[in-house]
Design a protein. Structure first.
Length: 679
């Protein structure tokens, strides 16, 4: 009986200097397994190890009744945290009488609602002070409950500042309901004193009658601050009013989100001032307004938008108030100062928007977007837009015709320059858009190769929130030699290749399973991440030609090749031995040498001359070919193993042979095979 005691194989890897049939030299930039890898033995008692690899504020959308909120601003007024602990300065109320008693008790500084309350202002308590007078710092914390007023006195104040220099807070509270839709047009807290701050946090408001949330009388130091998520719905036909009247300063604090809907009669603007008013949208604040009023503002109004803030104002022809000439400002001037990456949207519907006496100073803003939703000309007058930044970014004025055709009436608006935008400037279209032309700071494309890995990665750096579009092609996508020509850009745009969309500046795979040495044509551009209906704002396509790095690696089984021949004669009894290509290039492999150190059984090439002789061959099979190498004299024939991502990425080896006999007991033999492979 003939049996292997070990049959072994040394595996040697080739480098660029080794010459084998059909091999090619390896460029210095390619990656190849080192030729000084340790010898790997293949036998019944030796374990093969695989060749090691070489591998290259967000704004909260929480419920309005949220009881917690994080503030990052350093200019916040003092607002005491609500508490449920017993305190002589805290009143927990469940009924109307308890609520009015707590309001009247000037020693109470925190009122906690423990249930929904419907209160009639006629039942206010006036024993310590005039009914409804607040003469101390006070927090009214709804604890996610509702406070509604049972009243028809739409023109009478309910709660008001009785002294100067106090802070009053309404938080975690909803006010009004469809069952009790009445309030008063002096607001939820009337201010006729100086240096009074009103703080609104996580608050919702509904009123059909007497629908004006905030009123002050223009007193020195009258300030209102909005925190968290807030909604205001004034929608009725009786004694309506502004959203904010005669406060000197209105602050939408960092990260806040405030939504306003107002369709009520009388009053001319959402923000009304008898002198001047300053609105501050702090970083990441959002303010959305939809109004049937005549104007966004009345009086001299300055709106400051800090970084990443957003202001949206939409004018419409209401049910309760009907205006045919909506305006931004009804009296005096409105000045908007937009900071880095901030955005202003002005929208009209049934009638175009009058933007006279309105100036927007853009300090690296994301966009100024003015549009009409009903395919009418967007504006009736001139808007003055001043670019105040000195960034190298290119800003353009884009427009959309009434038929929805995009154009660019003004290109490359210089910094420290002013542009007067009349309807003729944007060709009497339905919208115009001032925004920076997306640009790419840098673009790098690098091969990432390793075992069973052959990617092309892109690192494309841009400013702002641009998305990057990348198309990878095997051929050049344009033919006129000028990638910036209109025909070339159109050809790239319309090429039937699904782009990879990248939204970060980090390295991102854009193609995989790429053959080593393959030339790829990479096309990329930057596109505005903001959604402006009908517009595509993007840079021209650019091109980069990349050659994928080559990488060679083979894996060999951990187990040994074994055979056992219990009788004389030919045999094909060895177990399978699978060698896989883990690289991205085809590999030519062959047994280079087979050593024989056995003394009990003689290895012969073609025929037997005596007993105790054996003929052996190594049989290799790939998906495309096969070959037998004689153990005694292996020839130089190679088999091709294709890259890992193909169906022909392996060779299966086995051992065939013939034993002359005789059967005089088990005869253990051992052989060592050295493989040679190259690209």
């Amino acid at each position: 009986m003939l049996s292997t005691a070990p049959v072994s194989a040394d595996i040697k890897t080739s480098d660029g200097s080794q010459s084998t049939p059909n091999s090619e030299s390896t460029p210095s930039s390619d990656i190849t397994k080192s030729s000084n890898e340790p010898t790997l033995a293949l036998s019944s008692s030796t374990t093969l190890k695989d060749i090691p690899s070489t591998e290259a504020s967000s704004n909260s959308n929480s419920n309005l009744n949220s009881t917690s909120q994080t503030e990052t601003t350093s200019a916040s007024p003092t607002i005491r945290a609500s508490t449920t602990e017993a305190s002589p300065n805290t009143a927990t109320v469940t009924t109307e009488s308890e609520f009015w008693s707590a309001i009247a008790n000037q020693s109470i500084t925190t009122i906690l609602l423990a249930s929904d309350i419907v209160a009639n202002p006629l039942n206010r308590v006036s024993s310590e002070s005039p009914a409804g007078s607040i003469q101390r710092n006070l927090i009214i914390d709804g604890q996610n409950h509702n406070l509604s007023y049972d009243t028809t006195a739409y023109t009478s104040q309910i709660l008001y500042a009785g002294i100067s220099g106090i802070d009053v807070t309404f938080q975690n509270l909803s006010m009004g309901s469809t069952a009790y839709p009445n309030n008063n047009y002096y607001g939820i807290f009337t201010i006729n004193q100086s240096n009074v701050s009103l703080n609104i946090r996580n608050f919702s408001y509904y009123a059909a009658n007497g629908g004006q949330p905030f009123y002050a009388n223009g007193n020195t130091g009258s300030i209102i601050n909005f925190y968290g998520a807030n909604t205001f719905n004034s929608n009725g036909s009786n004694s309506g009013g502004e959203f904010v009247e005669r406060f000197l300063t209105v602050n939408f604090k960092s990260g806040s989100n405030t939504s306003v809907y107002n369709d009520t009669p009388s009053s001319t603007a959402i923000f009304y001032s008898s002198g001047s008013m300053v609105l501050n949208l702090e970083s990441n604040a959002k303010l959305n307004i939809k109004s049937s009023k005549n104007a966004f503002s009345y009086g001299t109004t300055t709106v400051n938008l800090q970084d990443n803030s957003y202001l949206g104002y939409e004018a419409f022809y209401g049910t309760n108030y009907k205006v045919t000439s909506p305006q931004i400002t009804n009296s005096s001037t409105a000045t908007f100062n937009g900071g880095l990456n901030s955005e202003i949207d002005f929208t009209s519907n049934e009638y175009p928007l009058n933007v006279s006496s309105t100036t927007i100073n853009s300090n690296a803003m994301k966009a100024v977007y003015v549009k009409n939703n009903l395919n009418k000309v967007a504006t009736t007058s001139n808007l003055v837009l001043k670019r105040t930044d000195s960034l190298p970014s290119q800003y353009d004025l884009n427009a959309l015709s009434l038929d929805g055709i995009q154009s660019k009436p003004v290109s490359n608006i210089a910094y420290n320059s002013s542009l007067t935008i009349s309807p003729t400037t944007y060709n009497n279209g339905k919208s115009f858009l001032y925004t920076n032309q997306p640009s790419i700071n840098s673009a790098n494309f690098n091969s990432q190769v390793g075992d069973s890995l052959s990617n092309l990665n892109a690192t494309i750096s841009t400013d702002f929130d641009y998305r990057k579009n990348v198309k990878v092609s095997n051929t050049r996508l344009y033919s006129d030699g000028n990638i910036n020509s209109s025909d070339s850009q159109t050809a790239i745009n319309t090429a039937a290749i699904t782009p990879t969309v990248i939204t970060t500046n980090d390295s991102t795979p854009i193609s995989s399973d790429i053959p080593g040495g393959k030339t790829l044509y990479v096309y990329y551009n930057a596109q505005s991440g903001s959604s402006f209906a009908g517009y595509t704002i993007q840079s021209n396509w650019a091109e980069s030609v990349v050659v994928q790095s080559k990488y060679s690696s083979l894996s060999f089984p951990d187990s040994a090749i074994m055979f056992s021949q219990p009788i004389t004669g030919p045999f094909e009894m060895s177990s399978a031995y699978l060698v896989k290509n883990l690289g991205n290039v085809p590999v030519n492999i062959k047994p280079n040498a087979i050593s024989d150190t056995n003394t009990n059984v003689k290895l012969v090439e073609n025929s037997f001359s005596s007993d105790q002789q054996v003929m052996l061959s190594l049989h290799g099979v790939s998906s495309t070919s096969s070959h037998d190498w004689n153990f005694k004299n292996p020839d130089s024939t190679t088999l091709v193993i294709n890259p890992y991502f193909t169906d022909s990425n392996s060779v299966n080896y086995s051992i065939n042979g013939n034993y002359s006999g005789p059967l005089i007991g088990i005869q253990n033999v051992s052989y060592k095979i050295t493989f040679n492979w190259a690209q």
